[in-house]
Design a protein around this ligand. Structure first.
Ligand SMILES: [Zn+2]
Ligand SMILES: [Zn+2]
Length: 415
């Protein structure tokens, strides 16, 4: 009974949104060549292989169908309505997905949990690779949009923008960044030059962005001799292009704040750790000239390789690699609602991204309130309002906050 009324409350709100906001639904370019997919609210069924001649038809479809989630293909097809093999793939945009689910954050354990689909084992945090009880790999995850997680995802997005603009030469105008409406950001490039790239080419870009297989010794770290004198260690500089500079900057940043534990964790010998900590000031100073590489007699090339690799990992952008290589991927439609939150997916101006606040910008419902019974929820913020954790309690909440809890399955509407 209660479940039913919660679902119709959500449906009514989503319907109201599409009735009054469908004109904000922007069509992807070449709409007639895109495949569309919709998750249906009541049936929880994925409707795929749909296509629309123009945005008018799409908008009225959203108004009448009221899906929980709306997607379109990054790909262009001759016949988007056909089965996959018969669509006639023409190309695809280059898409990056940065999701807090793929980035470990210190707060995972506070707000996320998982259930093994096979044996029912439950625990906090992100799911393990394999269930510790039965070894199966299928989980139901309950994750929440959280301030710390989304700030972390934003920082990764900024690194990605930096790599794509400086190393690949895309202009900021050619990149479109959006907040997914849940736990991350999307970056979308519609440039003609990327359109026909196959999976392998996209995999190459992914490997570059995440810094797969980086070896500092292939990026300037080497022993070299000057004037036939003894060989000394040299390495990349802060202002160099590409991964050389990133390795140097990552190394600098790492040494700036590294603790005893941080240095032990990357498997450095005890005397190396001691030297790095004792000589921190002079190591940091050394960047004004040739860098720290040859500075300490008892810190050799093997140690610097480990330090540089760790520095490089800090500079890499933690993207969900599968999304970029999948040339048939469906992505969420901008300004449509996210079925797990009731927030909308919205574009974020790249030049103002630092100031973008997803918990304000993505709120789709600004009026009204509703009384709900909350089973269990972590600390949340919606708009300006912060909500402490709720547990088995009845509360009256503004529509957007209530909708988030209802969409998450953490609350029911009290009639
Ligand atoms: Zn299990
Ligand atoms: Zn978090």
């Amino acid at each position: 009974m209660r479940m039913g009324s919660s679902l119709s409350f959500v449906r009514n709100k989503f319907a109201e949104y599409y009735r009054s906001n469908s004109s904000f639904i922007q069509p992807p370019t070449s709409i007639e060549k895109r495949e569309f997919g919709f998750l249906l609210l009541k049936e929880r069924f994925m409707l795929r292989h749909r296509s629309f001649e123009n945005v008018g038809v799409l908008r009225s479809f959203l108004k009448t169908t009221v899906p929980s989630d709306a997607y379109y293909s990054g790909a262009y097809y001759e016949r988007p309505e056909e089965k996959m093999e018969e669509k006639g793939w023409l190309g695809a945009d280059l898409i990056f997905d940065i999701d807090a689910d793929h980035i470990p954050t210190p707060c995972d354990k506070n707000h996320d949990s998982w259930v093994c689909k096979n044996c029912g084992t439950v625990d906090k945090g992100l799911p393990p690779e394999k269930c510790p009880e039965c070894g199966e790999q299928k989980f139901d995850e309950k994750t929440w949009p959280c301030e710390v997680c989304l700030e972390t995802a934003k920082a990764e997005t900024l690194k990605l923008i930096d790599i794509l603009s400086k190393d690949f030469g895309f202009s900021l105008e050619e990149m479109r960044v959006s907040f997914s409406g849940h736990r991350g950001y999307h970056l979308h490039i519609e440039h003609e030059q990327v359109r026909e790239m196959d999976q392998m080419a996209r995999k190459e870009i992914v490997d570059y962005v995440v810094g797969i297989g980086l070896e500092a010794t292939l990026h300037g770290l080497e022993k070299t001799s000057f004037d036939n004198r003894s060989r000394i260690l040299v390495g990349p500089n802060l202002d160099e292009n590409g991964w050389r500079g990133r390795i140097a900057r990552g190394t600098y940043e790492f040494l700036l704040t590294a603790t005893l534990e941080d240095l032990k964790r990357i498997d450095l010998k005890r005397h190396v750790v001691k030297t790095l900590l004792d000589q921190r000031e002079s190591l940091l100073e050394s960047w004004k000239e040739k860098g720290p590489w040859g500075k300490m007699k008892n810190v050799g090339v093997e140690s610097w390789k480990k330090i540089a690799l760790h520095g490089a990992q800090r500079q890499a952008a933690k993207i969900d690699t599968v999304v970029t290589t999948d040339i048939h991927r469906l992505i969420r439609l901008s300004n449509s609602l996210h079925g797990k939150t009731g927030f909308k997916k919205i574009n974020v101006p790249i030049r103002g991204i630092e100031d973008f606040d997803p918990f304000k910008g993505a709120v789709a419902f600004k009026d009204g309130s509703v009384t709900v019974f909350v089973s269990d929820s972590p600390k949340l913020r919606v708009g300006e309002q912060i909500y402490e954790p709720f547990k088995e309690q009845k509360v009256e909440l503004p529509t957007a906050a209530a909708l988030l809890l209802l969409c998450k399955g953490a609350a029911t509407v009290v009639e």
